[in-house]
Design a protein around this ligand. Sequence first.
Ligand SMILES: [Zn+2]
Length: 439
Amino acid sequence: MTLSRLLAAILALSLLAAAPLRAATFLRDADMEYALKQLAAPVLTAAGLTPSQVQIVVLDDSSLNAFVTDARHIFLHSGLIMKLDSAASLQSVIAHEAAHIANGHIARRLANMRSARNAAGLGLALAAVAGASGADPNVALGIALGSQSASQRRFFSHTRAEESSADIASVRYMVRAGIDPQGAVDTIKHFTGQLNLNESRLDPYAVTHPLSRDRLRALEALVASAPKAAPNAAAEYWFARAKGKLTAFKRAPGWTLRRAGSDPYKDVALMRQAVAYHRQSDLRRALKSIDAAIAMRPKDPYLLELKGQILLESRQFKAAEQVYSAAANRAPREPLILGGLGRARLATGNAKGALQALEGARGRDFSDPRLLRDLAVAYAKLGNTGMASLATAERYALIGRLTDAELHAGRAADQLPRGSAPWQRAQDVLSAAKQAKRR
Ligand SMILES: [Zn+2]
């Protein structure tokens, strides 16, 4: 973790906490993230981007939006994934955002903003972040965009010229990737249904990506002359899985149970039922469903992870530890699964094993507040109060509570060997807290 990455994350999240509207929260799920990666990879490659360098980030927001902030992140609202009906539709959204990245639409605007910081009707905090030295403002701005005020949203809105160039490019990417571009028309048609609505009632997507009948007509003409492609079976499966996992956790269990039976993929149906039964505290049925899903895909780490989660949340700690352990063996580099294993080991009283798993997870993903909380517990149980304070300081910093962060970072710095790497991390938090105070 470099100083600038930590600072960027801290500033981004502290900005959110200071925002007058509700803060955007990330929706983290290893299964869903893996599925989205499978859908995004061919599109990103077709756009000339490197899939491993562009992260698809899901925000827990029921409104419909997708946006980019820099060359490394595409943000999707959970509401958008839940609304769309096919892999090609979702891939068309990703293709359109990839086009905004590839064509430099955001990068140019950020450069303009840095030179005219107080223009554009942005909030003070936002401008301050953009000017923060050492931090990558793009990250901060991007996260801030999720559910911000109308004026900030308008600032990030694309122009009509950018929209049309992104549409043209996105159809080209989809054709290149063998995806039916009709998905793009279906998606835009949904939003053009809102053309006569007052701005306050529009989906945020329609604000950040200005729509018009002309744009729809131009897109329809492009798609009509493009080669058609049959639905891709693998992509449809991963789409069903991402959407199925998301709706199973976000919708009422009864809603899921009424619909899961008609899911074309039996294992996805079973996974959805397992989540719904678990949320109804019906452990017997939840286990029966997830076991049947695992029997269909015995090598799948994410189904095992879900079983581990069900067991852990049902207080079957020993069994949870075993299942998470099997999941981590199949996906040793997945921080969310390692985090689950650490949590299960904490529950069984295996603090040393927990620490090993949790540090493994933190090494791959430092920005997960829940992981940092578990890490602090593990260090405290092992009597390492300096490291426990450091993890707590970093967690507070990430959720924007910089006064609390400063307090714990001070405690950590007092106890950790001066000049050591953890001591330096405590200094990073202290200096971020000081910077925030100066504003
Ligand atoms: Zn756009």
